[in-house]
Design a protein around this ligand. Structure first.
Ligand SMILES: CC(C)(COP(=O)(O)OP(=O)(O)OC[C@H]1O[C@@H](n2cnc3c(N)ncnc32)[C@H](O)[C@@H]1OP(=O)(O)O)[C@@H](O)C(=O)NCCC(=O)NCCS
Length: 141
C-alpha cells in the first residue's frame, strides 16, 4: 500500500541518504550530493513553513519523496523513488495521491521539468498523461 506522509524531522536520515544516492541526484537540477548541514537547514525550513513535501511509504517503509513547490494555481512537481523500488508503479500511485491532495487545495495544473536524458522520468510523466508543452535549448559558451 502506498501512502504519502508529510515530511517530519525524523525523516532526516532517510531523505539524506536517498537524496545522496547517485542514481537519484544525477537527474536532479542540482546533480550533486548535498551536505548534512544544508540538508538539515532544508528540512528545518520545510517543516517550519509546512511545505507540501511528502515521504512516499510503501507498506509503511520509506521508499521515496514527492513534493510541489507551492499550492498556487500552477505548481511544479519533484519526486524520486529508491532504485531498488523503481518500476513497481510506486511513483505513479504516489502521484495519484498527490493529485487528490492538490485538488483539495484547488491547484489547477502540475508542471514537471525533466532533463532530456532522463528517459525513465519522461516515460513516467507520459504514462501519467502529462503532455510536452515546451522544449528548452541550451548553448554552453
Ligand atoms: C522517475 C521515477 C520517479 C519513476 O519511479 P517509478 O516508481 O519507477 O515509476 P513507475 O514504476 O510508476 O513508472 C516508471 C515507468 O518508467 C519506466 N522506466 C523505469 N526505468 C526506466 C529506464 N531506465 N528507462 C526507461 N523507462 C524506465 C518503467 O518501465 C515505467 O513505465 P512502464 O510501466 O510503461 O514500463 C524514478 O525512476 C526515479 O526516482 N528516478 C530518479 C529521480 C528522477 O529522475 N526524478 C524525476 C525528476 S523530474
Amino acid at each position: 500500500m502506498i501512502e504519502l506522509s508529510k515530511i517530519k524531522f525524523e525523516d532526516i536520515d532517510f531523505l539524506f541518504n536517498a537524496r545522496n544516492t547517485p542514481e537519484i541526484y544525477k537527474y536532479l537540477f542540482n546533480p550533486n550530493p548535498v551536505s548534512l548541514e544544508d540538508h538539515k537547514a532544508w528540512i528545518k525550513s520545510a517543516i517550519e513553513h509546512e511545505k507540501p513535501i511528502f515521504v512516499i511509504k510503501y507498506n509503511e517503509e520509506s521508499v521515496g519523496m514527492i513534493q510541489v513547490n507551492s499550492l498556487d494555481k500552477v505548481v511544479e512537481v519533484g519526486l524520486y523513488v529508491l532504485p531498488s523500488y523503481s518500476g513497481k508503479g510506486i511513483a505513479s500511485k504516489a502521484l495519484d495521491k498527490l493529485k487528490d491532495y492538490l485538488k483539495i487545495n484547488e491547484v489547477e495544473e502540475i508542471v514537471a521539468r525533466v532533463l532530456n536524458e532522463n528517459n525513465a522520468s519522461k516515460k513516467f510523466f507520459e504514462n501519467n498523461d502529462f503532455k510536452i508543452s515546451e522544449v528548452v535549448y541550451k548553448y554552453k559558451i
